[in-house]
Design a protein around this ligand. Structure first.
Ligand SMILES: [Fe+2]
Length: 314
């Protein structure tokens, strides 16, 4: 029996499986990109690393963008904070977006600083009506300024607030619906928080509307006493792979990214992780591809042409 493809957001094209662009891999990415031997389909770049106009990082990003589709991922939008939105940051991001034309832009459903101080951590928010209204106003403001929707990523957490009025997935979906933004679903973060707070990760996945999911993140985590920590310093765990397989069965062909930020390995290790994700995507949707009912499929073993995304504003 042919399964029907779940609805997907029109402004988040399926790019296949990518990896985070990290300076330690610049040379190999550019050399192998020129030889067309890269075994990743797209890249995600950390916005803050490329905000300064000119210079080597911006030049390299432009060269990578000529070779492969690119998404921009930020860690400093500070959407949950009570500080005013940082207009200088947002103008810099808008300039970068105009320059590299990313497939989409993402940041986190969290706060990262207050009183003008950046704490350089992705901190959880109390899940209340007041927070929902506050974050929705700010996401709407950002989307209006950028002239397009953004995707919000779920962060991992190690504590709950007494004020929490519902489950994390309910809050994430409520913010996405109220601000009409996308969701970047980090499956590793779900598994980390599921362990730390004692919920079923599949319940989380099953509550997410497929038409809002722009992207999936996969990463490694570590353990410290009773907690799992979102360290991004190792391979994706077997449990996360299995929850990912459930997610692609339910959500359809979602662009997927391997994140590895500490103890970064040689590039072929990332390519092998990407291939495993690609295999799961292919395996899950093979029947539809054979029947010719697939919309798109990942380009295994090669670097695809730059994507032309159709964006719609907020
Ligand atoms: Fe992530």
């Amino acid at each position: 029996m042919t399964r029907v493809e779940p609805p997907r957001p029109s402004d988040a094209p399926f790019l296949g499986v990518g990896v985070g662009l990290r300076p330690v891999h610049y040379r190999e990415v550019l050399e192998r990109g020129a030889q067309e031997t890269l075994r990743v389909d797209w890249f995600e770049a950390l916005s803050e690393n490329y905000m300064a106009p000119g210079g080597r990082p911006r030049r390299i990003l432009g060269q990578v963008r000529e070779r492969a589709p690119l998404a921009l991922h930020g860690v400093s939008m500070n959407l949950g904070s009570i500080d005013p939105l940082d207009e200088t940051y947002l103008r810099g991001l808008a300039e970068l977006v105009a320059r590299v034309e990313p497939a989409w832009i993402s940041d986190h459903l969290c706060w990262t600083g207050v009183d003008g101080r950046n704490l350089h951590d992705l901190l959880p928010l109390p899940r209340t009506e007041e927070t929902l209204r506050h974050v929705t106003r700010r996401v709407t403001r950002v989307q209006n300024l950028l002239g397009r929707r953004i995707a919000l990523e779920n962060v991992s957490s190690y504590l709950r607030f007494e004020a929490d009025a519902g489950e994390e997935w309910e809050f994430l979906v409520a913010v996405a619906e109220a601000s009409d933004c996308g969701i970047l679903l980090d499956v590793n973060n779900i598994c980390v928080s599921a362990h730390n707070h004692g919920f079923d990760p599949l319940r989380y996945i099953d509550a997410i509307p497929s038409q809002r999911v722009f992207e999936i993140h996969l990463a490694g985590h570590s353990e410290s006493g009773p907690l799992r920590i979102d360290t991004h310093d190792r391979a994706v765990s077997e449990e996360v792979w299995s929850v990912y397989a459930h997610a692609v069965r339910r959500l359809g062909r979602v662009s997927t990214l391997i994140e590895w930020d500490d103890a970064i390995p040689a590039f072929p290790v990332l390519e092998a992780e990407a291939q495993r994700a690609r295999n799961i995507l292919h395996e899950t949707w093979r029947e539809e591809e054979r029947d010719g009912t697939a919309h798109t499929r990942p380009a295994a073993g090669r670097c695809t042409a730059p994507a032309v995304a159709s964006h719609h504003g907020a």
